[in-house]
Design a protein around this ligand. Sequence first.
Ligand SMILES: Nc1nc2c(ncn2[C@@H]2O[C@H](COP(=O)(O)OP(=O)(O)OP(=O)(O)O)[C@@H](O)[C@H]2O)c(=O)[nH]1
Ligand SMILES: [Mg+2]
Length: 245
Amino acid sequence: MSGDAGHAAPRSRPVDVVLPCLNEVEALPSVLDALPEGFDAVVADNGSTDGTPELAASRGALVVHEARKGYGAAVHAGLEATRTEVVAVIDADGSLDPAELPAMVTLLCDTGVDLVVGRRVPAARGVWPWHARLSNLVLSGLMRVRGVGVRDIAPVRVARRQALLDLGITDRAFGYPLELLIRAGAAGWRIREVDVAYRPRAGGRSKVSGSVRGTFRAVRDMTRALARTPRGAPSGDRTPGTPNR
Ligand SMILES: Nc1nc2c(ncn2[C@@H]2O[C@H](COP(=O)(O)OP(=O)(O)OP(=O)(O)O)[C@@H](O)[C@H]2O)c(=O)[nH]1
Ligand SMILES: [Mg+2]
């Protein structure tokens, strides 16, 4: 793909943005408002009871309803509904700023890497609890062992749609992003990790890091994802990637 140096996500390159949403009616408006021009929301819902999908639809987002529960199930359904060559996935709780997406897209397209992921850098004190940081540290260590040198678990990511689908990620819970990274590394993808500001969520309730229980569930899902994707290459014979920085 040819790059447009100096232009962050020009209108000629629309990008569908998958927003996994579980009861995000408080946070979603500010996230949708913050989407830059040319970035179109695909809200992936699977069980909100607070009117999230209705709100999303009323604001012009494409809403995808998925029957199966889980973060990964929602993201996968959202990804299938996207129509652009380059796609993004970002949390819909207001903790990450969609204004960071154009630079990530430009990086993907101009440098020819296969995946650009965000590494959270707290923008306020106390935004990232100790148990979540600890689990992240452990998980990034485990990924490093598998040749994926990222320091976060990709809460925001930009890649080419078909390549993402072709990775064949099977996890439908919180292990999804980890499996994505491991499969991408095993497939020899070039991965770039960039710093993104991490802010308090804009209302609503955390499903993961807001509680020790939530963090435990996520770590459990991710450990399962690790167990399912043995060291080496789920996709066979290609050299593991040695990504970023
Ligand atoms: N559709 C769907 N979205 C989910 C599910 N679990 C989490 N999400 C969304 O995934 C994103 C990340 O989840 P969060 O609850 O913010 O988890 P977290 O970032 O660890 O928690 P905080 O630090 O409190 O923000 C949010 O947009 C959630 O709404 C799920 O089962 N289904
Ligand atoms: Mg969050």
